[in-house]
Design a protein. Structure first.
Lengths: 117, 525
């Protein structure tokens, strides 16, 4: 249940940030949405089974954690991280090279950019 | 025969994915010079050769499986090449080659990031066509998307950064939704191996879980009602990049939809109605949008939405006949659409604008480009000597056989709309009186297509603005689109081989037993 609430909160706040506009908010929203999806996958593996499954092979099957969703999430986190770094780099570069230009306005301003497009 | 399949599964299939990645690293290290540009052309040629091998190996409906690291079937993350994958691989490599020739002629090859980005993007696309695993599909899509963000940001105009943001939001949302859907699928089935999911769609809970994935893919494929992002983003990059995006990125979505729907769902499930509604609406809304657009690429981008509807509607019509129509249409459309985008891009590069009102009478001064445009436009509409005729015939046959009168009628009526908007492009751009655009050249045009680095520094490309009114267009800009239009004509004149291949592929999509057995059958290489 706590996992479901966490997913709902993350997805809700993430979506809100995404539609708010503004480059940094967009990135933060994307990170939160990514976390929500990751928690869904963790939940899919079942959260009540907590014994390490492979270490010495003695874990009972009904108590051993499912390693596959953890591998999925690990991969997804890495991808999210890469995308985040790229996005932040893009925004930083635009802001640095052309402060106050149309570029920055289009990407940085809050609601104007959305309504104009 | 056995050694043949072994070579394919051990070397060719993983190689198709690995080669562009390695080549991308090499191209990036040596920088933007002749060698790296040559690499950018060579890799699609090699991949095309590999796809020919794969088509030959799978043309009787066989399935070549590469169980990565030699794990047992069902445990391994498999690469799977069936006829559909092999054909898509070949047609993608073809369009990448044509787009690269065009892009170099347009000066994009001067950007150090261009060749590596395209190579990585294509690696992701090839990987997506070959993977047999849903999670791997997600990874491949991400591999294809990350360089596309770079291409979008670096090759567009200043005003396009706003559309780059829209592009980012849509794709990030779709990817996240896909990931969440994947989690749900795993939660209810305990696997993300597509072969292991075969037929499970009969269970409502699996049907709903897979539905989340299907919705995410529909967003990527730009189907109605999630279509409006595409015409608002694609026309604002450089023309070569638009051609690549249209031929590769939306096609991943379409291909994945075909694959997943054909494997997971049973014919006659409720999803049939949903797919028909979405596709029919896409056909209509796409073509209506195209009629209202005022730039070349704007019209073409709306057509994509309409055409994706045509492609996908076959998925739920009349089993094997429908799937055969899907395969044929997919290949035809990829070739023709790229041709149109490249020819339209030539006009934009050489005349400095893509606004239809400012153009006219180009057929007189540039007959080859005009021929390429008319061939491709007629093919898109579905006029007999071109491949589009057979593609539309396939869809209509499938609709008639399935008794789907609505699809049949809409497909025909929308064709008229397609013809109308193509005539609008044709009369506006190629026929009529040449327009002298000198006064406009003085004002800062909003649609000049100079590649721009994200920071805003204009790359040193030959500027088309200073050219005299009637110039000879750079032949390397014209030829790729013309060649693809000729291929469409060739397929139209000699369609048997492709019809046979599409038919075989359609049968194995309708009955995926061979696919499932090949992947799960425990045969380790």
């Amino acid at each position: 249940m706590s996992l479901a609430i966490a997913v709902a909160l993350l997805a809700g706040v993430g979506t809100w940030l995404l539609v708010r506009g503004g480059a940094v908010r967009l990135i933060l929203g994307f990170i939160l949405l990514g976390h929500a999806a990751n928690l869904v996958i963790i939940a899919a593996g079942g959260t009540n089974r907590r014994v390490a499954p492979i270490v010495d092979g003695s874990a009972p099957l009904d108590a051993a954690a499912d390693p596959l969703p953890q591998a999925f999430v690990l991969t997804a986190i890495v991808i999210t991280f890469g995308v985040t770094v790229y996005l932040l780099g893009l925004v930083a570069r635009i802001a640095k090279k052309s402060p106050g230009s149309e570029l920055e306005e289009g990407f940085e301003s809050d609601d104007e950019g959305v309504s104009r497009r | 025969m056995i050694t043949d399949t072994d070579t394919l599964s051990i070397w060719v299939i993983p190689g198709v994915f690995a080669l562009p990645l390695i080549a991308a690293v090499v191209a990036f290290v040596i920088g933007a010079n002749r060698v790296s540009r040559a690499i950018g052309l060579l890799v699609p040629v090699v991949v095309f050769a590999a796809s020919v091998l794969l088509v030959i190996a799978t043309m009787e409906g066989e399935v070549v499986v590469s169980q990565v690291a030699g794990w047992q079937g069902g445990v391994a993350i498999a690469f799977v090449a069936d006829l559909l994958s092999a054909l898509m691989l070949g047609v993608s490599a073809l369009l990448v080659f044509a787009s690269m020739v065009f892009a170099y002629a347009a000066g994009l090859g001067m950007d150090r990031w261009f060749v590596p980005s395209v190579l990585i993007m294509t690696a992701g696309v090839y990987g997506a066509y070959l993977t047999g695993d849903l999670f791997n599909l997600f990874v491949m899509v991400e591999v294809a998307l990350l360089p596309s963000y770079i291409l979008m940001a670096r090759s567009g105009t200043l005003t396009s950064l706003r559309s780059a943001r829209l592009y980012l939001i849509v794709n990030l949302t779709a990817s996240t939704l896909f990931l969440a859907g994947l989690g749900v699928v795993y939660g209810v089935t305990g696997t993300v191996n597509m072969a292991a999911l075969a037929g499970l769609g009969a269970l409502p809970v699996v049907a709903i879980a897979t539905g989340v994935v299907v919705v995410a893919l529909m967003l990527k494929a730009a189907l109605v009602p999630a279509h409006s992002w595409l015409p608002a983003t694609y026309p604002y990059t450089s023309p070569a990049v638009t051609a690549l995006f249209s031929g590769l990125l939306t096609k991943i979505g379409v291909y994945a939809l075909v694959r997943i729907i054909s494997l997971v769902y049973e014919p006659g499930q409720t999803i049939t109605i949903a797919v028909i509604v979405v596709c029919v609406l896409s056909m209509i809304i796409g073509v209506l949008g195209a009629l209202g657009e005022s730039t070349i690429r704007g019209v073409l981008a709306f057509h994509m939405i309409s055409q994706v509807g045509y492609i996908l509607v076959g998925v739920v019509l009349a089993g094997a006949v429908g799937f055969a129509a899907v395969v044929f249409y997919l290949i035809h459309h990829t070739i023709v659409k790229t041709s149109l985008f490249l020819t339209g891009g030539t006009v934009e590069h050489e005349e400095g604008t893509g606004v239809i009102k400012r153009l006219g009478g180009l057929a007189r001064s540039h007959p080859i480009a005009a021929t390429a445009f008319f061939f491709a436009a007629l093919s898109l509409t579905g006029i007999p000597p071109f491949s589009g005729f057979w593609a539309k015939l396939g869809v209509l046959t499938a609709a008639a056989e399935a008794g789907a009168a609505v699809v049949f009628v809409v497909a025909l009526v929308v064709s008229v709309g397609t013809l109308g908007s193509m005539l609008k492009l044709g009369t506006g751009v190629f026929w009529g009186q040449p327009k002298q655009a000198e006064p406009d050249d003085e004002t800062p045009s909003d649609v000049t297509v100079e590649p721009v680095v994200a920071a805003g520094t204009v790359l040193s490309v030959a500027s088309a603005v200073e050219a005299p009114p009637v110039t000879k267009w750079r032949p390397l800009l014209v030829i790729p689109g013309f060649a693809l239009a000729l291929i469409s004509l060739g397929i139209g004149l000699f369609p048997e081989w492709l019809l046979v291949l599409a038919h075989t592929s359609g049968e194995s999509l309708a009955d995926p037993t061979a696919y499932v057995e090949a992947v799960l059958g425990g045969s380790t290489p």
